[in-house]
Design a protein around this ligand. Structure first.
Ligand SMILES: NC(=O)c1ccc[n+]([C@@H]2O[C@H](COP(=O)([O-])OP(=O)(O)OC[C@H]3O[C@@H](n4cnc5c(N)ncnc54)[C@H](OP(=O)(O)O)[C@@H]3O)[C@@H](O)[C@H]2O)c1
Length: 270
């Protein structure tokens, strides 16, 4: 990719990882203060900056909060994304949008990129509405991310490590399967996708083998102990195993096995 003005929207875990991992010859990578809930802020900012690429990672990503505050979730995740998409289309900017594997809430999977999503909660519905808006931007990329781990916030893997380290018992679902990826690996894959000028459409950042929560805990426990999980209060998909028809793409070959990710996280925890 030649010199480009790239804008990262979203100052969260992934946005920060993208800035840290920026590997392309970029003119600017910035995390602007835009409130997507305030109509016109994103539009005015983007018109002023005129980016070549927008990496849109901002969202209300707390599934329980979205269920309890659906108006906020729709305003930010769906309408805010629509505003970003519309201004990108008007400016001729390309847009990469971080969606979620949880748009597939039903069925056994593996779900392909062309399968019809069936969200089962407000968060996933609003992320899907964001996808619909982004699809209208020529050359846009939608990455459906798995569960991201290894950031500042506690997650299932760090929970397992902490519990097992302190000698506590841990119990986990055997029928909740999926793929996990660290924030930095997700950022690496995204930059590799951007390096391919021809990449467009939907990309599932998933690769088999998929492990259940129980198997993930076991992988951690092989070095440390065993684990407990609480039942989810908001309905969540249980079969998060997406087919990846772009498996031969150089960016997709960067996706690590879940075992490798778990091993890395246990080692990092010291
Ligand atoms: N983390 C995962 O496991 C996962 C899985 C699948 C997909 N994704 C998607 O990946 C993206 C990044 O996730 P993440 O883990 O980095 O989440 P995160 O740490 O919560 O970051 C999201 C960012 O969006 C910002 N935001 C929220 N409301 C906003 C608004 N009204 N206007 C502007 N910014 C707003 C948040 O700001 P505040 O912190 O100030 O609220 C936060 O900086 C999201 O699109 C998410 O849907 C994440």
């Amino acid at each position: 990719m030649s010199q480009r003005r790239i804008l990262v929207i979203g100052r969260g875990s992934l946005g920060s990882a993208l800035i840290s991992a920026a590997s392309l010859p970029v003119d600017s990578v910035d995390l602007p203060e835009i409130d997507l809930a305030v109509r016109g802020q994103a539009r005015d900012f983007l018109r002023r900056v005129e980016p070549d690429w927008v990496l849109h990672t901002a969202a209300i990503a707390d599934v329980d909060f979205c269920e309890q505050h659906p108006n906020d979730a729709w305003a930010v995740n769906a309408e805010g994304t629509r505003e970003v998409a519309e201004v990108c289309a008007a400016l001729g900017a390309r847009l990469l949008y971080t969606s979620s594997d949880s748009v597939f809430g039903k069925g056994e999977g593996p779900h392909s990129e062309s399968d019809r999503p069936q969200p089962v909660n407000v968060y996933a519905e609003t992320k899907l509405a964001g996808e619909d808006a982004v699809r209208e931007v020529p050359g846009s990329i939608i990455v459906r991310l798995p569960w991201l781990v290894g950031g500042e916030r506690p997650d299932f893997v760090s929970f397992c490590i902490d519990r097992l380290r302190s000698g506590e018992e841990v119990v986990a679902f055997t029928d909740y399967i999926g793929y996990i990826l660290t924030y930095e690996d997700a950022a690496r894959v995204i930059w590799a996708l951007l390096a391919d000028e021809g990449a467009t459409g939907i990309f599932h950042l998933h690769r088999p083998p998929f492990l259940s929560r129980y198997e993930q805990a076991q992988a951690v426990a092989r070095e440390l102990g065993k684990l407990v999980d609480k039942p989810a209060r908001v309905p969540r998909p249980t079969k998060m195993n997406l087919a990846n028809s772009h498996g031969d793409h150089p960016a997709m070959r960067l996706l690590p096995s879940m075992e490798d990710t778990l091993r890395k996280l246990v080692r990092r925890a010291g």
